[in-house]
Design a protein around this ligand. Structure first.
Ligand SMILES: Cc1cc2nc3c(=O)[nH]c(=O)nc-3n(C[C@H](O)[C@H](O)[C@H](O)COP(=O)(O)OP(=O)(O)OC[C@H]3O[C@@H](n4cnc5c(N)ncnc54)[C@H](O)[C@@H]3O)c2cc1C
Length: 533
């Protein structure tokens, strides 16, 4: 069997060599390839497990006798802070979008799983305003309160703690539903899990201008695939693009232990199901979920500071279930909200894909989408399409008369997919800025580096399309700087320090005199993790 030593850069080895290997053909990987090409770095390889590019920009098709309908299983909106580069790409490639009007909603107070043939009811405008009032007051004050806490060095708290301090404590189904729409529907995690500082800081730009919903039959991915074609050719048949190739092991031992490199710059070796590849620079764009699940093996194991960062950050799950009917029985409002009294977040947010500006009305292609998140979404992934169909149709039959059986359904299963393990990152309570910095921090030294990219590593726009695009560009810039002999300094936070309050907890548990002295850390790791105590 080949040893690491045999895998050095001799011309006769069975490795395919390049200057840079990009892992993942999603938005970040494509953007990195483009930005490298723009700097005349063309000796690259892009490795992607799926047979197509786009990653979480992922289209699916609903089948109907009247004609298929393309839907977005993954990202759907152009939205959030710093979305300008995506708007520019959308304009460049003529991507079809329609603005979303969140206030065009109707609210239904449901009877839940006990409905048993009985029906809840739609509320009038005045009733709607009444149950929304409390949360709206919280929403107005939240950014100011969050910034005040940050400016006064107060610890981060969960969104739930903040709502409670600010006297919003939801107690009924309608209040749950409204809060769910505002929190979980954005972050795909609960108020208990999400960080208040990150969800509600003024800069978080929660109040954005209009979100644009992509309704292009070529898919959201089209604009990114077109960009990739400019590098890999129209047929995407360039030898530097390796689709359908799954990474199994990333061996970066040469950069942590230069003795294992026989000649030239130390190379990182990427083992896949279709052969092995080597380069002094490797950019990984795999999701935090993939990194957390250890679907890819690291040789040697990742350093403690990197693992702490990866496992501190959260990979949330946001499930968009699309259902196709031969008629539209649900009215023209853009959103239909179902308040379930048994379970917060059970099939709450329904979006009308035939609202004006979306799919054509008056045809046989009538699509409604219901979104689930978090635990409930993950539970759904383990049910069959038929079981999900029964549940969603029961909710629709509580709200509407004459609901026919659906013609087709798409039930995404992101969190059990080993290529994603969830949908997008979220900043959980307990993650510090240093953790986030470490998440995107490169590992290496001298002429060889392992770079970490992808949506989660964006400071401003983690979780968004533009976060992925921007991080691809930044990774390419870092590679270019290194190749030019100007590698950016690695700022690794080897130990993320406790704050005073946490130290009090340590004291209370009687660990006071056992903990390490202030200046020292029990385990010190350099950027190069070649020693483990
Ligand atoms: C359901 C859903 C809804 C979303 N909604 C929005 C939205 O409306 N607006 C918005 O701005 N953002 C949204 N997002 C987030 C946005 O889609 C992501 O931030 C972005 O697409 C991430 O791109 P990426 O390149 O960082 O990661 P990815 O797209 O995950 O790219 C990584 C690539 O690596 C590949 N890969 C993984 N493991 C391996 C392996 N072992 N070997 C080889 N290849 C591998 C994957 O197949 C993937 O193509 C949504 C995401 C989802 C899933």
């Amino acid at each position: 069997a080949a040893t690491s030593d045999d895998r050095s850069s001799s011309p006769s080895d069975d490795l395919r060599h390049a200057q840079v290997i990009i892992l993942g053909g999603g938005i970040a990987g494509i953007s990195a390839a483009r930005a490298l090409a723009a700097q005349n770095i063309t000796d690259i390889l892009l490795i992607e497990a799926r047979p197509e590019l786009g990653g979480r920009a992922y289209t699916e098709t609903l089948r109907s006798p009247a004609g298929d309908v393309v839907i977005e299983k993954g990202c759907n909106w152009i939205q959030g802070p710093g979305k300008e580069p995506i708007q520019a790409l959308a304009a460049k490639w003529g991507l079809k979008t329609t603005p979303t009007n969140y206030s065009d909603s109707v609210w239904f107070e449901g009877l839940g799983i006990e409905a048993d043939g009985q029906r809840g009811r739609f509320l009038n405008d005045q009733e709607t305003e009444e149950f929304m009032a409390g949360y709206n007051t919280f929403l107005e004050g939240a950014p100011g309160y969050s910034d005040w806490r940050t400016n006064n060095s107060l610890v981060d708290i969960s969104v739930r703690v903040a709502t409670s301090i600010m006297d919003w404590i939801p107690v009924n189904a309608l209040q749950w539903a409204y809060e769910y729409w505002n929190i979980d529907y954005t972050f795909a995690q609960t108020p208990e899990e999400s960080s208040f500082a990150n969800a509600f800081s003024q800069e978080a730009g929660i109040e954005n201008e209009l979100d644009e919903f992509v309704i292009d039959p070529r898919g959201y991915k089209y604009i990114f695939v077109q960009e990739a074609r400019e590098i890999f050719g129209h047929g995407l048949d360039d030898d530097r693009l390796r689709l359908g190739t799954t990474v199994r092991t990333i061996d970066y031992s040469a950069i942590v232990d230069p003795k294992r490199t026989r000649k030239g710059a130390p190379e990182i070796v990427v083992h896949t199901d279709k052969g092995s590849f080597a380069a002094p620079h490797v950019v990984t764009t795999f999701s935090v979920g993939v990194l957390q699940h250890q679907d890819v093996v690291w040789e040697p194991r990742l350093p403690d500071w990197k693992k702490e960062a990866i496992f501190t950050f959260a990979m949330a799950t946001y499930q968009k279930i699309f259902i196709l009917f031969d008629k539209q029985f649900w009215g023209d409002s853009e959103f239909i909200m179902y308040a379930d009294p048994d379970k917060r977040g059970r099939y709450t947010v329904w979006q009308n894909m035939n609202a004006p500006g979306y799919l054509p009305q008056g045809t046989e292609q009538n699509v409604i989408m219901v979104t689930t998140t978090g635990d409930f979404a993950r539970r759904n992934e383990h049910l069959s399409d038929a079981e999900i169909t029964d549940e969603v149709v029961a909710v629709l039959r509580e709200m509407y008369d004459d609901v026919p059986d659906p013609i087709d359904i798409v039930v995404p299963r992101w969190s059990i997919d080993p290529l994603y393990r969830g949908t997008y990152s979220n900043w959980p309570l307990g993650a510090f800025d240093q953790h986030h910095g470490n998440l995107g921090q490169s590992i290496g030294g001298g002429q060889s580096w392992l770079h970490f990219s992808g949506e989660a590593t964006s400071v401003e726009a983690f979780g968004y399309v533009q976060g992925a695009w921007e991080q691809g560009v930044l990774a390419a810039d870092a590679v270019a700087a290194c190749l030019g002999g100007n590698c950016p300094n690695a700022t690794v936070y080897e130990a993320v320090r406790t704050c005073e309050q946490q130290e009090t907890t340590v004291m209370r548990r009687g660990l006071g005199n056992k903990r390490p002295t202030r200046g020292g850390s029990p385990r010190r790791h350099a950027v190069l993790p070649h020693t483990r105590p």
